[in-house]
Structures are given as structure tokens and as C-alpha cells.
Design a protein around this ligand. Structure first.
Ligand code: ATP
Ligand code: MG
Length: 231
């Protein structure tokens, strides 16, 4: 579905990604893990086209994305929820959602209803300003917005960061539901190991710009966590 092959990225002359290779199979949820500053966000930016590739390739359903600008990649089927959730605080929840639909030409009540079914709390808050929502609600709004762009692959950057445990559980259940529906694959950047264990099919771990471990999620044991993830 989504394939990264030997990708490299530099910022200001210093190498940040050094030959990153992994893939996200169809109908699966893959966790990309790693300590702070190892290059996880940069990897997502390389996929969406916000970081320039120095080498290697990114392919979506076999199609090389190199020649496409970020907005084309988004239209081609890559949904992106950045770290720290970018919603419009001065627009209402409903306006935030509608804007996403307008931009992607996915207008229609049916689609909005389907997404609101995944996030019932947003339906109750349609006329509230985005900025007054709790962190967890804003994260859910950010994911809902990305879903309205009709992605084939959804990229999520640390959706549990700074969010209460009960909302983390809700987000986890929503991701599992999206996965079960089988239309969208998910690449989740995440440092919270228990969350990965509860939602992912496979994992990859990065360290200093390279993949250093990976496999079926059952192989993410204490030893691997200690070696690559404990600070
Ligand atoms: N725009 C930029 N210009 C220069 N250096 C950058 C830029 N963005 C990130 N870096 C550097 O690249 C490295 C990787 O950053 P990145 O944000 O990809 O890490 P990360 O794994 O997402 O970290 P975190 O877990 O803290 O979110 C870091 O050393 C960071 O300081
Ligand atoms: Mg990051």
C-alpha cells in the first residue's frame, strides 16, 4: 500500500534520515516508534512531501510520489494529522469539518455523518469553537478532519501525546474500527508502547535516522523496548 525504500533527508546539510525502508500493508495499522528526535516526524513529512527526498522513493499503491506536491499527495490519498493537532481554534467544530470537506470536494451529509458516528463527542460540540475543546477532543477533531479528505493511508503523529487515558482508549477504539472497515491503512507514529500493543499489527523502531527493529507486533517485547525505546 505505502512503501518507503531507502529514503534520505537532510536539514541544513546534516543527515536526518539515512536510508529508511519499511512498508505499510493494505488493511493494516503499523506503528513507527523511537525516542525523541530520531526522525519520526521527518519520515511522515517525507511521505506527505513537506521534506525533500535526497534519495530513495515513496510509493503509494505502486505509484511513485516524487513528482507530486503535498496537496496532490493528499488528493491522491494520504491523510495527515500533524503532531500537536492543527485545528482552527476560532472556527466551530462544524466549520472545521466542513472546511476540510470543501477543500477536498468531499461534500455531502453522508460522509460527515459517517465521521461523526466515529466521534460522537464532536456531534455534541458542532457549534462550539475548536479552541475551547479539550486536548483529547481537539485530537479527535483533527483525525475527523483528516478522514474527510478520503485517505487511503492515514498518517498520525503522536495522537496520544498529552491526552487523558480514557480519551486515549477512545481514540484507540476508533482506530481499530477504521482498520476493521478495511478501507484505510494507518501509519501511527507513537512513543506510548501500550497503545501500540493495543492497536498495531506491525511495528518499526527508528534510531538516529534509520530503522533498527521491526516485525509483527507480538515481537515487541520487553527486551526490544529496553534496547531501543527506554531513555
Ligand atoms: N525543520 C528542521 N530544520 C532543521 N532540523 C530539524 C528540522 N526538523 C527537525 N529537525 C531535526 O531533525 C531531527 C529529527 O527530528 P524529528 O522531528 O523528525 O524527530 P522525532 O522523532 O519526530 O522527535 P519527537 O519524538 O521529539 O517528535 C532532530 O534532531 C531535529 O532537531
Ligand atoms: Mg515528532
Amino acid at each position: 500500500m505505502l512503501e518507503l525504500d531507502d529514503i534520505s533527508v537532510s536539514y541544513d546539510g546534516s543527515r536526518i534520515l539515512r536510508g529508511v525502508t519499511f512498508n505499510v500493508p493494505e488493511k493494516s495499522l503499523v506503528c513507527l516508534m523511537g525516542r525523541n528526535g530520531v526522525g519520526k516526524t521527518t519520515t511522515l513529512k517525507a511521505i506527505i512531501g513537506l521534506a525533500r527526498l535526497e534519495g530513495g522513493s515513496v510509493k503509494l499503491e505502486g505509484q511513485d510520489l516524487a513528482a507530486m506536491r503535498p496537496e496532490m499527495r493528499s488528493r491522491r490519498g494520504i491523510g495527515y494529522v500533524p503532531q500537536g493537532r492543527d485545528i482552527f481554534p476560532n472556527l466551530t467544530v462544524g466549520e472545521n469539518l466542513r472546511l476540510s470537506q470543501v477543500v477536498h470536494g468531499s461534500e455531502g451529509r453522508g460522509e460527515l455523518d459517517r465521521v461523526l458516528e466515529l466521534f460522537p463527542v464532536l456531534r455534541e460540540m458542532l457549534s462550539r469553537k475548536g479552541g475551547v475543546l479539550s486536548g483529547g477532543q481537539q485530537q479527535q477533531l483533527a483525525i475527523a478532519r483528516a478522514l474527510l479528505t478520503r485517505p487511503r493511508v492515514l498518517l498520525l503523529d503522536e495522537p496520544t501525546e498529552g491526552i487523558q487515558p480514557n480519551i486515549i482508549d477512545q481514540i484507540g477504539e476508533t482506530l481499530l474500527r477504521i482498520k476493521r472497515e478495511g478501507k484505510i491503512s494507518i501509519l501511527l507514529v507513537e512513543q506510548y508502547v501500550d497503545f501500540c500493543l493495543s492497536v498495531a499489527d506491525r511495528f518499526f523502531i527508528m534510531d538516529r535516522g534509520a530503522i533498527v527493529a521491526g516485525g509483527p507486533i507480538a515481537q515487541l517485547n520487553e527486551q526490544v523496548v529496553k534496547l531501543h525505546l527506554t531513555v
